[in-house]
Design a protein around this ligand. Structure first.
Ligand SMILES: N[C@@H](CCC[C@H](N)C(=O)O)C(=O)O
Length: 284
């Protein structure tokens, strides 16, 4: 089974076409020792409605499915531009709805992420301004396809995210768990952010996490477009008065590869091949 590994600011994904993957297979694929290793898996299939180039599904390393990923979407979009379409603007389907990219170069695109909201069913008891307190931190809830908890701190670099992140991700305030960003203002149009992702842990960057932090910054009076400085590089997030978000940044392929027969068979000592991969072994 062929796949490509891509990364965007160090947020790495494996891209597959036309497969159904079980949560267990996603976990094995994302494992850096027993599999290729990644921050997630992207699956591209033919769209099930007219007007779209493809349908994109996004999976976290714990096997859960995410509604949206900003970095993952750019990786999938630039992959589609190389393999599926000649168009520079098109639409893809995601669980978060339609996503519309504009290709700027073979490794850069701007993505219309839709309108962010400060209230959502992912923070059901939140006030109309989406603020709250969790684990001793004031936060801003932002729904930008997926749930974001943006926390303004004095110094994101002084924090131990592995120690703080899990209790926020799994707080009872957020019934579907949450992604978390810790950010500070560097200049009126620039913020520094570190990321703790739902279903992943600390990552070098996140497109939706950067968008959540940028929205929180603009809501507090910051300037847009916002340059977000992440561990893996910089993203530019445009946030207009209606909280409509456009995300611009790069993504690049690392390699294309085939899963080995041993992996498809479940790994040594793994018993019989998992049902999802068995079909592909039979087809190949
Ligand atoms: N890497 C991401 C977000 C991926 C999904 C997230 N972990 C979730 O569960 O919502 C990005 O670049 O946005």
């Amino acid at each position: 089974m062929r796949f490509e590994k891509w990364q965007a600011l160090g947020n790495d994904y494996l891209i597959f076409e036309e497969v159904e993957l079980s949560p267990n297979t996603v976990q094995r694929l994302c494992d850096p020792h027993f599999g290729p290793g990644a921050d997630g898996v992207l699956v591209l299939t033919k769209p099930d409605e007219p007007g779209y180039v493809a349908r994109l599904r996004i999976f976290n390393p714990d096997g859960s499915e995410a509604e949206l990923s900003g970095n993952g979407a750019r990786e999938a979009i630039l992959y589609l531009r190389r393999h599926w379409t000649d168009a520079d603007t098109f639409s893809i389907q995601t669980l978060a709805g339609e996503i519309r990219p504009t290709i700027l170069s073979p490794t850069t695109c701007r993505v219309d992420m839709g309108r962010a909201s400060l209230t959502s069913p992912n923070y059901p008891d939140g006030p109309p301004d989406g603020t709250g307190e969790v684990a001793g931190y004031r936060f801003q809830h932002v729904a930008i396809g997926n749930p974001q908890c943006a926390i303004r701190v004095q110094d994101p670099d002084a924090l131990d995210l592995q120690a703080i992140g899990p209790q926020i991700e799994r707080s009872a305030l957020f019934p579907n768990r949450t992604n978390v960003s810790f950010w500070k203002e560097v200049a009126p149009d620039t913020i520094r952010a570190r990321i703790f992702e739902r279903g992943v842990g600390e990552t070098l960057s996140s497109g939706t996490g950067a968008s959540g932090a940028a929205v929180a910054h603009v809501v507090r009076g910051g300037d847009s477009p916002v340059t977000v400085q992440l561990d893996g590089g910089e993203l530019v997030v445009d946030v207009d008065e209606s909280l409509h978000v456009d995300l611009t940044g790069w993504a690049e392929p690392i390699y294309a590869a085939q899963l080995s027969e041993e992996f498809l068979a479940g790994g040594l000592g793994g018993g019989s091949p998992p049902e999802d991969l068995k079909q592909h072994m039979e087809a190949e």
